[in-house]
Design a protein around this ligand. Structure first.
Ligand code: ADP
Ligand code: MG
Length: 648
């Protein structure tokens, strides 16, 4: 017999609370939104232990009367809409569900103190696990202070799912950064465990907010987006985007604001990244602050209370408009080449474009060594001024790439380091081609047999870039460069698996960090030390790197530390070290200068293929691009329509 019972209110509340409150960052989001809605000029967020112990959000906004205060913590109590008509008409405020304070109160110890401007006294209200336990008049500043202690103390299952303090704080940091950038006219500060993470001025200047949150270097390398003339469903596209070489391995610095609301909009982010065309390697993302002016009727912000994801009525049109606006901002600043759209090789329709791998690898080289040198920054920001009509759009990007690829601390730059990556690669390919044509094309070599790769007979070379070979099952193309990268990557990984020998830099390098990176630098320092990087924070936002792994001393830079710190944000430290090493070696594997003893210098196609065959995974380069493309006999026959009935 089924026994159906109605759940008691406290249980219902706690279940419902889970819909709104997932982690400290979701509490911070709700509280900061309330402060913005209350018209605050300043919002100070203070958290302890990543927000798991304590979260305080203080504002100087409109405050609440004692009666309203009590209502505010009640379910579905809001001052922001009255009924469904208001909702349909479009919501101007960030909140409107009237459930956040109630939900937070159900799963924590919540104290709200508030005084309306001009009122003689304020009121304080304390909620524990959903019950109001205290309510009294107090003296307090005008505005509202909300304190949330012991989040999930009464929901152990939820508490258990919280990540490390560093990770939780990282999420808090993203949220507060987002609102700080969205509201440059509000002075927003964030403090973690008594240390100030960042503070914006609140004078309405976007660039100054970016400087506070992302640091001096990033702020100096942003160009304005002005999409007023771009046709499309959006009323306007504005904001700022970074130079292609000011990038990170995470997409989280691409911020999107819809009518002033900080949102997650994957389609907009993708459109921004696409606008950079091939100037960014596949795994690199720019900094961006993108404002979309949208008719509220054409965007749905009501998708989920906890998530920030929005939906657009005309997503395709929106994406096109954003992409065009960002691309023209970059073009105007001389930061984008006017090139054909990025090609893709698909299995069904293999499109071979020789330039592609080189171009993308060139930007891959760049990103690994994005040197944060103040001098470079000055030079670059000069270059960011709109290019005069006669300058070739392709020049600035590629020459910049080259400069950046040479680490400033590099002791003795070699030719390979200073030559534009594409040239370096071409010469490498030339070295490679000559013996290759001798030993293989005359067919004197027997088809080598492989363990992992199919046995193949090399027929020759295509565009100096691909090895063309025949197998029992059809035709094979091997991307030489990708193959070489894979071989190098696995060799490096082997050498790295032993004890790490460090090398002290003659001159320590100072990296300028975003607020988020700075907050992660300390917890990440142990992992970095295991990798051979010795780091110290010399001030709030500067990280000094004094040693690097000896293996990498000649080829890579302290800048890699930054990517490692970014990686540190998500989870399990053990896995982070492994993944960090892989990412690091993946980037290094394409440096020409460490290609000693590989096929490119001494050898033949056969050597390269044999070395590739020895690899654990010969089919993908360390960045995940394919190394080998097979065109099967079936596909060839198919395309020649050999099964055509009249043909036998
Ligand atoms: P919502 O924001 O969806 O209305 P909340 O539960 O977040 O719901 O807040 C309930 C109500 O409490 C708000 O509508 C507002 O009237 C009041 N309130 C909450 N926070 C503040 C604040 N910082 N300043 C002034 N009023 C606030
Ligand atoms: Mg709210």
């Amino acid at each position: 017999m089924t026994d159906i019972r109605r759940l008691d209110d406290a249980t219902v509340d706690r279940i419902a609370a889970g819909e709104v409150v997932e982690r400290p960052a979701s509490v911070v989001k709700e509280l900061v939104e309330n402060s913005v809605d209350a018209g605050a000029d300043r919002i100070d967020v203070t958290v302890a232990a990543g927000g798991t112990d304590r979260i305080e959000v203080r504002d100087d906004g409109s405050g609440m009367s004692p009666d309203d205060l009590e209502l505010a913590v009640t379910e579905h109590a809001t001052s922001k809409i009255r009924d469904i008509d208001d909702l349909e008409a479009g919501v101007a405020s960030l909140g409107f569900r009237g459930e956040a304070l109630h939900a937070i109160g159900a799963v924590s110890k919540l104290t709200v103190r508030s005084r309306e401007p001009g009122a003689t006294k304020g009121a304080e209200l304390r909620v524990e696990g959903g019950d109001i336990v205290r309510q009294e008049p107090v003296g307090c500043p005008e505005g509202t202070t909300v304190v949330v202690e012991d989040l999930f103390y009464n929901v152990p299952a939820r508490r258990k799912y919280l990540k490390s303090e560093a990770t939780e704080f990282s999420h808090v940091n993203s949220v507060v950064s987002g609102y700080a950038l969205a509201n440059a006219d509000i002075a927003v500060s964030l403090t973690h465990d008594d240390r100030e993470t960042f503070a914006t001025e609140g004078r309405g200047d976007r660039r100054s907010a970016i400087m506070a949150v992302y640091g001096r270097d990033v702020a100096a390398n942003m160009v304005p987006v002005d999409g007023t003339d771009e046709p499309g469903p959006l009323a306007d596209v504005g904001g700022l985007v970074s130079h292609p070489e000011t990038n990170r391995a995470t997409r989280e610095y691409v911020n999107v604001f819809v009518n002033g609301r900080w949102v997650t909009a994957t389609a907009v982010r993708d459109a921004v990244v696409e606008a950079y065309d091939r100037q960014l390697a596949g795994d690199r993302y720019p900094f961006a602050v993108i404002d979309l002016d949208v008719d509220p009727a054409t965007v749905d912000v009501n998708v989920h209370p906890r998530k920030l994801e929005v939906r657009f009525a005309d997503e395709e049109g929106m994406a096109r408009q954003v992409r065009d606006a960002v691309a023209s901002a970059l073009l105007d600043a001389g930061l984008l080449r006017t090139s054909a759209p990025r090609g893709r090789s698909k299995a069904a329709q293999t499109e071979i474009s020789p330039g592609e791998s080189d171009d993308r690898d060139a930007s891959g080289d760049t990103t690994g060594t994005n040197v944060a040198d103040p001098d470079t920054t000055v030079a670059e920001s000069g270059a960011s001024e709109p290019a005069s009509g006669d300058s070739k759009p392709s020049e600035p990007a590629s020459s910049k790439t080259t400069d950046d690829a040479t680490p400033a601390w590099h002791a003795e730059p070699t030719d390979d380091d200073t030559a534009p990556p594409t040239e370096a690669r071409e010469s490498a390919d030339r070295r490679f081609r000559e013996p290759a044509t001798q030993t293989t094309v005359d067919g004197s070599d027997p088809a080598p047999t492989f363990d992992r790769l199919p046995s193949m007979r090399v027929l020759g070379q295509l565009h100096d870039t691909y090895v063309v070979a025949e197998t029992d099952d059809g035709l094979v193309l091997v991307d030489q460069h990708a193959a070489d990268e894979r071989v190098n990557f696995e060799r490096l990984r082997e050498r790295f698996s032993g004890e790490v020998v460090t090398q002290t830099l003659a001159e320590p390098v100072d990296l300028s960090l975003t607020a988020k990176e700075a907050a992660l630098a300390e917890p990440a320092s142990d992992v970095l030390a295991q990798l051979g990087f010795t780091t110290t924070l010399t001030d709030e936002r500067t990280l000094r790197v004094s040693t690097v792994p000896a293996l990498l001393a000649d080829v890579s830079g302290p800048e890699l530390v930054r990517s490692l710190i970014d990686d540190f944000a998500d989870g399990d430290p053990e896995r982070t070290v492994e993944r960090a090493v892989d990412d690091l070696l993946g980037d290094l594997a394409c440096y020409p200068s460490i290609k000693g003893n590989t096929s490119l210098t001494d050898g033949t196609v056969t050597d390269l293929l044999a070395a590739l065959d020895d690899c654990e995974n010969p089919y993908a380069c360390p960045h995940g691009r394919p190394v080998v493309i097979e065109v099967g006999r079936d596909e060839i026959e198919n395309r020649f329509e050999r099964d055509y009935p009249g043909h036998s």
